[in-house]
Design a protein around this ligand. Structure first.
Ligand code: GDP
Length: 395
């Protein structure tokens, strides 16, 4: 069986275990390394080859090439990651890298429960970092931090351990100031500031594929001194082998981002203003796969064969082919032609997508990004607030 098929089958199994699902976005200022980090995660999850995987799959070139072509342009991807003996389904939603796409970034945030904020160690937090953190927090999406390009501090700027630590702390403090400012007055959010000690901060080099966090340093025994020495002596492959970035980041994702069962009870009251006592409200808070179907569409894409594809988060019920669903703002219903999940830029059709997952749906011809699609007529989700710098506007 091909690697891709195996991953699809694993993903399908995990879709029914919401406690092991993490719906996440990577959010960053342009050029801070989001694309390079995403490639690391895909390689770590076995979806594209890193150097070793490439050699092992030398016999498999055609399929491999195909997979590469598809996944390198990945928009939305699902991958699996084993953490503490349990397999997790990580659904990664892409967010546009440019500030002009502020609206799209916010829409993507509606579909996820965790945002991995990437900051370039040399540049530090930039205006767009602030924008994406704001967007995440406004949507009740929990942040963690990855400080990238640490190799440059060592090899280019020749910083010692003291200087490096000060610089990393500055980045963490800047991000925390933003988080504090956005969450202080909210009683639905606990302390969401990030810290090295808690394991909610990781740092490393997406380019050279190594990364560390407090838990990873404890596990591998690698400390700052080792990193500086290996990086300075050009032993980056060794650093990657001993402390691969994908594992460190995906462990952080599994450990620190909420699963849908934890996230939906908190998020539903802020994104949906319908009757909190209704069965529908309970089904959404409980991530009930047997409840009425509720899908929030966050993106419309076009497939040359299948036509328009609506992507979004299933908050309740189970999406299946043939269902007639109401589309908010229209009088008619649309029939679901197919349901699928994303594997790279490609859609994989599956039989059903239960609550708590990200789905790709065809047949919803009246849906637009932002539509509420449901098996019963319902109060639509709150419109999504677009934030762009420096002014904040409401759409
Ligand atoms: P994005 O715009 O956030 O998606 O950023 P990219 O992933 O495209 O990276 C922007 C540039 O930074 C590219 O030239 C990358 O090769 C480079 N880059 C990304 N990560 C690192 C890193 O860890 N170290 C160094 N030195 N360069 C990096």
């Amino acid at each position: 069986m091909g690697r891709r098929k195996k991953i699809v089958e694993q993903c399908e199994r995990l879709m029914d275990e919401p406690e092991n699902i993490r719906n996440i976005a990577i959010a960053a200022h342009v050029d801070h390394g989001k694309t390079t980090l995403t490639d690391n995660l895909l390689a770590g999850a076995g979806m594209i080859s890193d150097e070793t995987a490439g050699q092992q799959l030398a016999m498999d070139t055609e399929e491999d090439e195909q997979e590469r072509g598809i996944t390198i342009d990945a928009a939305n991807v699902s991958m699996t990651h084993e953490y503490e003996g349990t397999n997790h389904l990580v659904n990664l939603i892409d967010t546009p890298g440019h500030v002009d796409f502020g609206g799209d970034v916010t829409r993507a945030m509606r579909a996820v429960d965790g945002a991995l904020v990437v900051v370039d160690a040399v540049e530090g937090a930039m205006p767009q970092t602030e924008t994406v953190v704001r967007q995440a927090l406004r949507e009740g999406v929990k942040p963690t931090l990855f400080i990238n390009k640490v190799d440059r501090l060592i090899s280019e700027l020749q910083e010692g351990p003291q200087e490096m630590q000060e610089r990393l702390l500055d980045v963490i403090n800047d991000v925390n100031e933003l988080i504090r400012g956005m969450t202080e007055d909210r009683d639905d959010i606990d302390d969401w500031t990030v810290s090295v000690e808690d394991g909610t901060v990781a740092f490393g080099s997406a380019l050279y594929k190594w990364g560390v966090s407090m838990p990873s340093m404890q596990r591998t025994g690698i400390d700052f001194g080792d990193i500086i020495e290996l990086e300075r002596n050009d032993k980056r492959q060794e650093l990657h082998d001993r402390t691969p970035l994908a594992d460190v980041v995906l462990d952080m994702v599994a450990e620190h981002f909420p699963n849908p069962i934890e996230a939906q009870p908190r998020r539903i009251p802020t994104i949906w203003r319908g009757d909190a006592e209704s069965d529908l409200a309970v089904d959404m808070r409980d991530v009930n796969p047997d409840g009425e179907v509720v899908l929030m569409v966050t993106d419309i894409g076009v497939d040359p064969h299948a036509g328009e594809i609506a992507a979004g988060r299933v908050f309740s019920g189970t999406l299946e082919k043939g269902q007639d669903l109401h589309v908010s703002g229209t009088a008619s219903t649309n029939r679901v032609q197919s349901v699928g999940i994303y594997m790279g830029g490609e859609r994989e059709e599956v039989d059903r997508v239960p609550a708590g997952n990200i789905a790709a749906v065809t047949g919803l011809k009246d849906a637009i990004a932002g539509s509420t699609v449901s098996s019963v007529e319902m109060t639509p989700f709150e419109s999504i607030e677009h934030i762009s710098e420096p002014v904040i506007t409401k759409s």
